[in-house]
Write a protein that binds this ligand. Sequence first.
Ligand SMILES: [Zn+2]
Length: 104
Amino acid sequence: MSLLDALSGASPLGGSLSGGSPLSGEPTAQECSRAGCRATAAWAIGWRNPKIHTADRVKVWVACDEHVAFLREFLSARDFPLAVAPFGTVPDAASLSPFGSTTI
Ligand SMILES: [Zn+2]
């Protein structure tokens, strides 16, 4: 993205606010993180393991509509702080909670 912006710096529209190029690494469809599931993810679940991750670390799983609840339960059952957000967004470390706040 930044390289393309640099190369097209003369754009009369101002470049980077125009939505980006589909060829430059925009978030695209991704499969659900649930083992064996090939469905397209609709959710992002940010979480961390307090025993091994620092407070500013966020791991992200993605999930389809069917498995978002499963993965959320999996993490909350282990007392991992987590947050659920629409796919394409990354939950902020500060938004993680033991009960899984939902940003929708
Ligand atoms: Zn799934």
